[in-house]
Design a protein around this ligand. Sequence first.
Ligand code: NDP
Length: 315
Amino acid sequence: MDSREYTRCLIIGSGPAGYTAAIYAGRANLNPIQYVGLQMGGQLTQTTEVENFPGYPQGIDGNQMMMDLRKQAERFGVDIRDGIITKADLSKQPYVLTTDRGTEIEAETVIIATGASAKYLGLEDEKKYNGQGVSACATCDGFFYRKKVVAVVGGGDTACEEATYLAGLCSKVYMIVRKPYLRASEVMKKRVEDNEKIEILYEHNTLGLYGENGLEGAHLIKRKGEADEQKYDLPLNGFFLAIGHKPNTDVFKDWLDLDEVGYIKTIEGTPRTNIPGVFAAGDCADRVYRQAVVAAGSGCKAALEAERYLADINK
Ligand code: NDP
């Protein structure tokens, strides 16, 4: 049944940015409503252990961390709901956002924390070995591959950055690059080319992955479709995707200023978007850092901004 509700603060997304915004908005008595989105807990629920979030000397399971954040938000009365936002009308205040169940939420302020999703090649094997050798985040999972052999797929800045990071931990890092050149910036290119542990496999594509107990290697093809095409198997312990991220911002594209990839543009140093009272936090507005602790910080800023904004408009 369709229905309409009102809130002073609507939070969309349930990663570190969404939950931190919820904790702050809840404590500030904004009585926020939060929709958790497609993947409750966000990208951290896809990783095993989080070892780089301050405050956990022994590390913490990604799912556990997100459940703890949820409990913390619930403690401050946040109305946390399953569901996604499928439509947005940001033409006038209160803004109207519609959920996948047809509920229309009138909101004075909106905090968008919908995150970004790593792109995958689309191989069945990627799902099969996810968390067992396949990862889309070197900073999150690289540590588990110390002194091991890994590959990074992609030839952009992210791939170069991840390969360089992994070279500091692993015995050998292959870069699997589909073109005969890297797309990355000159400085990043030079960094990987000069690194003795990194070997760049140009004009290579991945056909599949193999392994009995977890990942053991990748089936590669070199110069696909050419006369000298060659297929071979490369033994690997880890397979890291770095072929880009897609911010989850499609629903807002008619209203908000986005960059060419779809990240929400914010006023520098703030979570403010081009629409007053609409704030963006976390990876949906961050193409550079993409770290949980940064997302949490921006969620905090967004909630503080929402609180101040509501005070200014006397709501
Ligand atoms: P990019 O889109 O720049 O690069 C993606 C890479 O993945 C390309 O090499 C692309 O190949 C490859 N790729 C895409 N799809 C496939 C596929 N299906 N199979 C094989 N390879 C594939 O993404 P990035 O995440 O690297 O960077 C995004 C943006 O963020 C860029 O603007 C970048 O400069 C910026 N950035 C900046 C950093 C910094 O300044 N420190 C760090 C990280 C990112 P192809 O070239 O053939 O298309």
